[in-house]
Design a protein around this ligand. Sequence first.
Ligand code: 8DG
Length: 135
Amino acid sequence: MPPESPAPTVVVAAALYDTDERLLAARRSAPPELAGRWELPGGKVEPGETPERALVRELREELGIEAEPLARVPGEWPLKAGYVLRVWRCHLRSGAPRPLQDHDELRWLTADEVWSVDWLDQDVPAVKEVLRDRD
Ligand SMILES: Nc1nc2c([nH]c(=O)n2[C@H]2C[C@H](O)[C@@H](COP(=O)(O)OP(=O)(O)OP(=O)(O)O)O2)c(=O)[nH]1
């Protein structure tokens, strides 16, 4: 039998909507191989942290907002080796998102605009599920 691989690092990300039901997308500014591509904002869960708390922390650090994770979007998507992406539908409690860290542009996308940005390849199936989850 092959040796068991260690548990993957979980990257948590937000499906965050504004009052017009537009979805927030963020353009990465780093690292170079990901810069310019769009993603759902979030980051890595730290040891001892719950995914929901990690998401609240990341959204505060990266966007300057207070958000509340509501429900997990079904599914899990592989990223680079050793990393998986999980997504939560979130409620924006306060603040207006600004690209404070890791991003150089944010965009609120209507349903018609969702595919107008160049999502990271690995985010495409996650975004499709986010859209299904919203319906
Ligand atoms: N946040 C986020 N990261 C993603 C997505 N898709 C994707 O491949 N990634 C990758 C980019 C990074 O290699 C990794 C997440 O790292 P990060 O840089 O956002 O996380 P972090 O804030 O905890 O980073 P760090 O400073 O501790 O390195 O997952 C996505 O939709 N959202």
